[in-house]
Structures are given as C-alpha cells and as structure tokens.
Design a protein around this ligand. Structure first.
Ligand SMILES: Nc1nc2c(ncn2[C@@H]2O[C@H](COP(=O)(O)OP(=O)(O)OP(=O)(O)O)[C@@H](O)[C@H]2O)c(=O)[nH]1
Ligand SMILES: [Mg+2]
Length: 319
C-alpha cells in the first residue's frame, strides 16, 4: 500500500491470487501482493534522486574551488550497489514466470512410443487419443496439474518422424517447437520404438522413459521403466520431475514474474550501465533520470482502467 492505494505490481498480484491453483502460485501472489517490490523500487528511486543531487551539486559548484572531490566516486559506488540489487531481483524473473505460467514438461518421442498413453496415465485423465496407428496425435495437447505444489503443464504432441503429409508435418513442427522451449523433456521410447535423437535437453533437464514396461523388452541404462497400462514407474517418474523443479530456483517466491517486469528492470539496468559508462557527469545524471522513470513504470500508477485491464488479463472475457 502506498498512500492507501495498491500499486500496479500489487494489482497484478491480486489478479494472480484469484487464478492461483497451486501452492507455489499462491505463495508467489501473496508475496507480490504484500507490496515488497514496490517498497524496494521506491527505495531505489530515492537513492537515485540522492545520487543525482550529488552530481548536480558537483556540477553547480565545480568552478568555485571548494568542491567535494569524492562526490562522483560516491555516486559511482552507489549506482554499482543499486545495479547489483536490480540484477538480484531480475534473476528471479524466469523462475517467477514459470510459477505463474506453469513449468512445461514436454513428452517427446517417435510415433507409437506411448506418449499419449503416458500423458493420460500421468494426469489420471483421458485427454489424448491413444491408438496403435503411428501418427495418431497431431495437435498439441496440454494438461495442467499440481505436482507437489508446483504448477506443471504436461504437453503431448505428434511423434517425430519423416513425413510427407502436410498436416502431420505441421504437427511435427509444433511438437519440435514445444520441446525446444521445454523446461523438462520426457523422452519416451519402448521395446518396439527406438529412442529419438536428442531434440532438446529442456532448460531443467531430460528424463528418459522406456514405456510399455509390462511388455518387457528394453531396460537401457539411465532410463526409467514405466508402464502406462499397469502404473509401474509412474510415481518414480513424477519424483524425478519434481526433483528437477525443486532444483530450478530459490525456495523463496519471486518478486517478478511477468515480461512487463523484466522489460522495466532491463531498461533500468541499461540506464544504470550507461550512466556508469558516461564520460560527462551531465550525461550520467540524464541516464539516472531514465532509470528512475523505468522504475516508476515498473511500480506503476494505477488508475481504474489499468487496474481493470490487469485484473481481467487472465480471464477470457467475451470469448
Ligand atoms: N501394453 C502397453 N501398451 C502401451 C503402453 N503405452 C502405450 N501402449 C500402446 O502403444 C500404442 C501407441 O500408444 P500411444 O500412446 O498412442 O503412442 P504415441 O506415442 O502417442 O503415438 P503417436 O500419437 O502416434 O505419436 C497403443 O496401441 C497403446 O495402447 C503400455 O504401457 N503398455
Ligand atoms: Mg499420441
């Protein structure tokens, strides 16, 4: 709260709180709703005002002989420290965004490897069509679940193979694009379908799964034996995914989680860096003003329209 009002960061957090489905999302929304980042950013902005006043005082009095020679050095140290603080918050953005949008766990493999069966078994829902015909899945199928408090989006898509069918080709193109952006890749193969060459390792890693374990066959080193039919290995697979999510970021909820936050913080950093590199003190002061204005856009002035836009961004009104 600032002057009895929520800032834009808090309004965004309120929107997140309303749609939170997992513990991690709830915690993150609550931390952001507390207004912590707004307070931090206002402290940064106050610091910038102070630094600018040092520089400007120096410029005003520098021809009068009696100047504080350490003022520019002090300003520089202060900007360096501030830069470190901004970087620390920015580092949490990727993790924060994953929590807001869900970690994508992309099931990949050749046709008939058992991907769709695995999606159904992992989610306990009959979401994807399963058949013994290779090339059954064409579209990207997403299912969101909570995995030990983490929001996870399981993604199933077309099996990867050479194809001359334009519809299947488009399905494969989408499948490849999703696995390239995956947080975790689940690479599925079976006794009768060989493993795919690595398409993507996933930002947080890959779990190799030998499916159809009830039919026996393969037990390659480093792969989990899983059967979607009997449930064998499913819990181990989930544990392996959870392990990767646990290792993915700080236990603390992130202060930032949106592209908008990232852009404002990156712009702040760029301004601070330019001010550090500026030859003339006048230029440095100008860049510091730029940093202040990027920060004030981050925290945001909230008129009613902004509040409503932000709150309803997550809902599909009128669709
Ligand atoms: N016995 C057994 N059969 C399985 C298992 N998992 C999948 N299958 C069978 O394998 C065939 C292919 O399964 P899908 O899940 O459709 O395979 P997919 O990888 O999604 O295939 P595409 O969508 O064509 O890429 C089906 O006949 C399934 O019934 C399993 O754990 N055990
Ligand atoms: Mg399929």
């Amino acid at each position: 709260m600032y002057n009895g009002k929520l800032d834009l960061l808090q309004v965004e957090a309120l929107g997140e709180l309303l749609v939170a489905e997992t513990d991690a999302q709830l915690q993150q929304a609550q931390r952001q709703l507390s207004g912590e980042l707004g307070r931090v950013a206002r402290r940064w902005a106050d610091e910038l005002v102070k630094v600018r006043s040092w520089i400007e005082a120096e410029l005003d009095f520098s021809d009068e002989g009696d100047v504080d020679a350490g003022a520019f050095g002090r300003a520089r140290n202060s900007v360096m420290a501030l830069r470190g603080d901004v970087v620390a918050v920015l580092t949490g953005e990727a993790h924060g965004r994953r929590i807001r949008e869900g970690f994508s766990v992309v099931i990949t493999g050749r046709p008939n490897a058992g991907k769709s069966s695995l999606l159904n078994a992992l989610t306990g829902r009959d979401v994807a069509i399963v058949s013994d015909r290779p090339g059954t899945t064409r579209d990207v199928i997403e299912t969101t679940v909570s995995l030990e408090g983490w929001p996870v989006v399981y993604v199933d898509s077309a099996g990867i193979q050479e194809s001359s069918d334009p519809i299947e080709q488009e399905g494969i193109r989408r499948a490849l694009s999703r696995s390239q952006r995956a947080d975790v890749v689940v690479s599925v193969f079976s006794h009768d379908v060989p493993e795919l060459d690595v398409v993507s390792n996933g930002a947080l890693g890959t779990v190799r799964v030998c499916s159809k374990a009830d039919l026996g066959g393969c037990a390659p080193v480093g792969a989990l034996m899983v059967s979607s039919q009997t449930g064998q290995g499913l819990e181990l697979l989930k544990l392996e995914i959870i392990r990767k999510l646990n290792a993915s970021g700080p236990a603390e909820a992130s202060l930032v989680s949106r592209e908008r936050h990232r852009r404002c913080l990156v712009e702040t950093l760029e301004c601070l860096d330019r001010s550090l590199a500026a030859g003339l003190p006048e230029l440095a002061a100008e860049d510091l003003r730029g940093a202040s204005s990027a920060l004030s856009r981050l925290v945001g002035q909230t008129d009613l329209d902004t509040v409503l836009d932000s709150l309803f961004e997550g809902f599909c009104i009128g669709k």
